[in-house]
Structure formats: C-alpha cells, structure tokens
Design a protein around this ligand. Structure first.
Ligand SMILES: CC(=O)N[C@H](C=O)[C@@H](O)[C@H](O)[C@H](O)CO
Ligand SMILES: CC(=O)C(=O)O
Length: 305
C-alpha cells in the first residue's frame, strides 16, 4: 500500500548552515545520513525546524536538493513547501516533485488572516501543481489558524490529500481527523510531548522537531506502542518530556539549544537564523547538562525490550 511508507518516525530536519550562516550542503547531508543510520522512517524537510519562513526560495530549494542527494530512496521524504505566496509555494512543490520527493505538505497562508475559502484555494493550487500526495500541516500555535473538521473533510474530497500533520495540542483533534479519513489517510502526531498519546488515539506515526536530537527515544517509544508495552511507553514519554522541558527552558530558540547539543555530539549544523536567537552566556553550560540527560536516557532505554 502506498501509504505504508508514511507510517513511522519522521524527524523534522533542522536548517544546516555553514559558519557564515549560508545553507551547508555538507552539513545537511551529514545530518540526513546520521538520522538514516538511526533507523528513522523518513524526513520532513523545510518545516518549522527547517526555519522555512526565514529562508528565501533558493535556499529552500538547496536544502530540498541536498536532503534528496543524501537519502532519496533510503528514506521517505516529505517536502514542506508552505511559503508566503501561493506562487512561491508552487515553485517549491514542483521542484520537490522533480527531485523525486514522496510527498508534500504546507501550512495555511501566513500573515493576513484569510478566510477558509482562501486557505482551501491555497492548498488546492499547491496540490494541483504536482501528482504528489499532500499532507496538511496544522499548527495553530504558529499560524493562528486551527484546521476545522469541516475544511479537513472538504480537502479530503481531493484524492491527493493523504492526511495531516497535526501539531495542535488536543489529542482529540488527532482522533477526529483519523476518524474522518480512516485507513485512506495518514495522521502524523505533531506535539512530541504527546507522541504516545497521539499514537493511541489514531496517529500513524509522527513528525517532530525534537526527534532529531534524540531519535533513539522516539524509535523506542514507537516500538513500545507497536508491541503494546504501554507501561514502558508511558515511562519513556515522561523521560522525553523532561528533556523537552529542559530544551525549552533556556534563552534562545529551542532549535539553537538542539544545535548546541548536536555540536557536543560531534555534529556542527551552525546556529539559527535571526530573528531566532542563539544560546549564550551561562546557558551554554546548561546545554552540557541537557546533553548528558539525553545520553543517559538513551542508554537507560537501550537495554529495555
Ligand atoms: C508548536 C511546534 O513547534 N510543534 C512542533 C511540531 O509539531 C513540535 O515538534 C515541537 O517542536 C515539540 O513538540 C516541542 O515542543
Ligand atoms: C517541528 C516540525 O514538525 C517541523 O519542523 O515542522
């Protein structure tokens, strides 16, 4: 079944810059390969974690290209193509299709508060521009628009719409979206803090911004969910949440904290692009503690079957 390849753990790829802040081919490819070796199912390229909205078209195309050069055919690749204008979003969508991406995804339009009819037209134009399956990206925390069941059902009438990456906090939304589309669609859990809950309520897997810094833990959580080991699933989710709370407790963006940790693990992805802020001062020391917490948590769960 064509949808099988979308079931599982999909880290959202981090933006990878060189030391001058330009997109780095080498660093993008090495992060993709690193995640491939960890055993993830696929990658979500150019989303929030990819700092999409702070990059121009050429930069976003470059990242799409480097990720496909690294892991095309080995991992399922989803391109996030949401951009300020419909025109730019379609350019990215067509480019991802040319590169052989497996699927497309997009947030609703940003900045102007547009009616649902405009959101519908925006997504539909993107979808019509290629033959690829499309996954709506519902992330009300950043876009200000919360996908209604009504619009979701309307979108599902288009057979290329194959599901939703749902980052709203109510797990009930995941259940309702899955109920609306059933086996014909994929629902990705968005909030990493609720991976296990999302899976239990109907998500087929997840796309997440913190997977990349601790893929082992999400892969393990997935194993527990699949095998029905709910006691362990709940316990590992608790450990994951301690880490996420630490990642979001420092000054600077969570992505810069994550990148500092990956640096300590030997993977330099540069920093984040302004207006996102880097980690500085005393917080740099706290990064080491979080890295140790991640390492010890991975070690602890490695042994658990
Ligand atoms: C609001 C937001 O950015 N959600 C991300 C995507 O769904 C998550 O992956 C978070 O990064 C993660 O749950 C940490 O809060
Ligand atoms: C966080 C996430 O899933 C994204 O990068 O879009």
């Amino acid at each position: 079944m064509i949808l099988e390849k979308f079931k599982g753990v999909f880290p959202a790829l981090y933006a990878c810059y060189d030391d001058t802040g330009e997109i780095s081919r080498e660093r993008t490819m090495s992060l993709c390969n690193y995640l491939y070796e960890k055993g993830v199912k696929g990658l979500y390229v150019g989303g929030s974690s990819g700092e999409c909205i702070y990059q121009n078209l050429e930069e976003r195309k470059a990242t799409l290209k480097y990720a496909s050069e690294a892991v095309k055919g080995k991992l399922t690749l989803i391109a996030h193509v949401g951009a300020p204008s419909t025109r730019e979003s379609k350019i990215l969508a067509r480019y991802a299709a040319e590169l052989g991406y497996d699927g497309l995804s997009a947030i609703p339009p940003i900045y102007f508060k547009l009616p649902e009819s405009s959101i519908y037209n925006y997504w539909t134009e993107i979808i019509d521009s290629t033959d690829l399956p499309f996954f709506i990206y519902n992330i009300p925390q950043t876009t200000g628009y919360s996908l209604s069941l009504d619009l979701f059902k309307k979108m599902l009438a288009n057979k290329k719409v194959k599901g939703v990456k749902n980052s709203s906090m109510p797990v009930l939304d995941i259940e309702r979206f899955k109920r609306a589309g059933g086996d014909d669609i994929i629902v990705f859990n968005g909030p990493d803090e609720q991976y296990v809950a999302g899976r239990l309520m109907g998500a087929d897997g997840g796309i997440g911004g913190t997977y990349g810094v601790m893929p082992e833990l999400f892969l393990k959580a997935e194993e527990f969910v699949t095998s029905g080991g709910f006691k362990n699933a709940r316990a590992i989710q608790g450990d994951i949440n301690d880490i996420i709370i630490a990642l979001t407790s420092l000054n600077g963006s969570m992505y810069s904290v994550i990148k500092e940790i990956l640096k300590l693990k030997g993977m330099n992805l540069g920093s984040v692009r302004a207006p996102l802020e880097g980690v500085s001062g005393e917080d740099l020391n706290k990064v080491k503690d979080i890295k140790e917490l991640i390492d010890s948590t991975i070690l602890k769960w490695k042994k658990v079957k």
